[in-house]
Design a protein around this ligand. Structure first.
Ligand code: PLP
Length: 393
């Protein structure tokens, strides 16, 4: 018998390439179920506000342990609707991190309020509560903590500051569905939580989609009205709202996928643990700064983001790309230094931690179906290309 024909993987079965994210691996396994759910929507003729949308809202409210969930067209719209509901506008200030996706801040600008960028903690990558406190003024109306990469911001001190200063807390939980802080789910910690179903998120649709979660009944009612042109009774407009709806087809897809979310999160967590072990076994945890799950948090690992110190990040990334290992930089330019916000007056040096992390952060493949062999390949290639220096403390 020829041993080469055996099913046992050979020692030198090295994956030729590793994608940063392969959405097909998760979706293909559910293909029939998803197509059936879409066919039901096609046959029902109810493309908006259908039963799939109601079911998804109920399920997401349960996941977030919130009394209400209001669907909308995207995570970006969820953030905008939350600020609209709190009537944030000219003369108001809103505190946001600069190390985040653009949508966290652009909604503030769009409403004519002032964006106040605050620096982050270098370990969690999330808002630093001490620096938030320094940034509060009489004009401050709200804080938007982002649960970046799937780990909750340090909410307790932020909520305390909000209570003392009468501020609203809008959680940007776009990357953090299922994450927890001291046993409570992301989205249910502040006044309102914003969730995204963008395809790369932990619960991703087949296009755009978003959700707001809250346990405040009048707020929920207002959000629902604002997302529907400000009308409750058809053609009677009590508020100037927007058109922001979740398609029934997206909800149908998301309902099928939601049943797998717990398992997918476990797989992401197992992959993060395996990276930790692989890097440690090669003593590379001394040469890189690995991400950590902090005490009292439940990290859902939307991204596994290492820090490559000593100015080597771009060189390491270029070599990973050369060897067909996917990676990404979230985010290369901090928001306070974006051209569109130059009139806010921030300069290089304004937010030193954010600026440093923007030069060091490198996100590696972490999606649920990533194989052990692929992870070993990622780590081997990094070991191969990383200059042999210790990370500065
Ligand atoms: C994805 C994302 C958003 C925006 O969500 P969309 O659904 O893409 O509009 C907002 N904030 C953060 C931190 C995100 O990652």
């Amino acid at each position: 018998m020829n041993p080469a024909s055996s099913d046992v993987p050979r020692r030198n079965d090295i994956p030729a390439s590793v994608p940063l994210l392969d959405v097909n691996r998760g979706n293909q396994a559910l293909r029939n179920e998803i197509l059936e759910a879409i066919a039901n929507v096609v046959d029902s003729g109810r493309f908006l506000h259908g039963p799939d949308v109601v079911r998804l809202e109920e399920s997401i409210a349960a996941v977030c342990e919130s009394r209400y969930a209001i669907s909308c067209a995207s995570g970006s719209d969820a953030l905008l609707l939350a600020l609209l509901a709190f009537e944030v506008g000219p003369g108001d200030e809103v505190i946001v991190p600069s190390f985040t996706f653009f949508a966290t801040a652009s909604c503030v600008w769009r409403l004519g309020a002032r964006i106040v960028f605050v620096d982050i903690d270098p370990v969690s990558f999330n808002l630093d509560p001490a620096k938030v406190e320094e940034a509060i003024t009489p004009a401050t109306r709200a804080i938007v903590p982002v649960h970046l990469y799937g780990q909750c911001a340090d909410m307790e001190p932020l909520l305390e500051l909000a209570r003392h200063n009468d501020l609203k807390v809008i959680e940007d939980a776009a990357q953090a569905i299922g994450a927890e802080y001291r046993g409570h789910p992301a989205g249910a910690l502040g006044d309102v939580g914003c969730i995204s179903f963008y395809p790369t998120k932990n619960l991703g649709g087949f296009g755009d989609g978003g959700m707001l979660v809250t346990s405040d009944e009048p707020l929920a009612e207002k959000l629902r009205r604002l997302a529907a042109h400000g009308m409750k009774t058809r053609y009677y407009h009590s508020l100037v709202g927007v058109n922001s709806r979740l398609d029934s087809i997206q909800a149908a897809v998301l309902n099928v996928k939601l049943a797998q979310l717990g398992r997918w999160t476990n797989e992401r967590r197992a992959n993060a643990q395996r990276y930790q072990e692989l890097f440690a076994a090669r003593q590379m945890d001394q040469r890189l700064i690995l991400p950590r799950e902090l005490p009292d948090r439940y990290h859902v690992w939307n991204q596994y983001t290492i820090r490559v110190p000593n100015g080597h990040r771009d060189e390491v990334r270029a070599k990973l790309t050369e060897r067909n290992v996917g990676s990404e930089i979230y985010y290369p330019v901090p928001l306070h230094l974006q051209e569109c916000f130059r009139t806010l007056g921030y300069r290089r040096g304004s937010l030193p931690v954010t600026e440093r992390i923007c030069q060091e952060a490198l996100s590696l493949p972490i999606f649920p179906e990533l194989t052990a062999a692929e992870q070993a390949r990622v780590v081997d290639v990094i070991q191969d290309v990383l200059p042999n220096e210790r990370a500065a403390a």
